[in-house]
Design a protein around this ligand. Sequence first.
Ligand SMILES: CC(C)(COP(=O)(O)OP(=O)(O)OC[C@H]1O[C@@H](n2cnc3c(N)ncnc32)[C@H](O)[C@@H]1OP(=O)(O)O)[C@@H](O)C(=O)NCCC(=O)NCCS
Length: 154
Amino acid sequence: MKSAEATSDTQKILDIGLEHLSQLRALESLCFEYHWTEEQFRLGLEKKAFFVLGYEEQGLLVGYLAYSIVLDEMEVLNLGVHPDFRRKGIGRALMQGLMLRCREMDVKRGLLDVKESNVPAIGLYESLGFVQVGVRKNYYPDTREDALLYDLNF
Ligand SMILES: CC(C)(COP(=O)(O)OP(=O)(O)OC[C@H]1O[C@@H](n2cnc3c(N)ncnc32)[C@H](O)[C@@H]1OP(=O)(O)O)[C@@H](O)C(=O)NCCC(=O)NCCS
């Protein structure tokens, strides 16, 4: 792990690097049916097309958040928490960690999309101040569900 912002001795938010690919890939497959391959993670991280924050508890990667930053705009690409560790504030901690970094980097705006049926994620994003600004019809290749588009001005 490259760096750590300790929230306590046992719970940390970290920048995820190539050395954590297999853990990241394993965690993602627990969180999503339709997921990225290890190669997609590798290429993205190598080319800095996106970045990943991880949440570690007692040495185990239990949450991750993939995001990109282009100029002064951030986009959340993926957020997942291990099923056994949900509803403990980990998703919120990862999002707040990212929002803090964005403010420090003078990023002005955050964007994301979410499946209209994803009640937990919508609850999380709205509780952080994200506001729905649009809908993309039949957006997701796996379910053909609509995407709700959310936006936050920092
Ligand atoms: C969405 C997800 C990341 C939330 O992570 P989490 O660590 O469980 O969330 P938190 O404990 O930080 O919850 C923060 C808030 O989100 C909302 N929330 C989380 N889970 C919820 C649920 N099951 N039902 C309703 N609201 C929920 C609540 O507003 C909650 O605040 P509260 O606990 O004070 O009520 C997690 O459910 C997950 O990994 N889901 C599968 C992958 C996924 O759908 N990712 C999002 C893709 S856009």
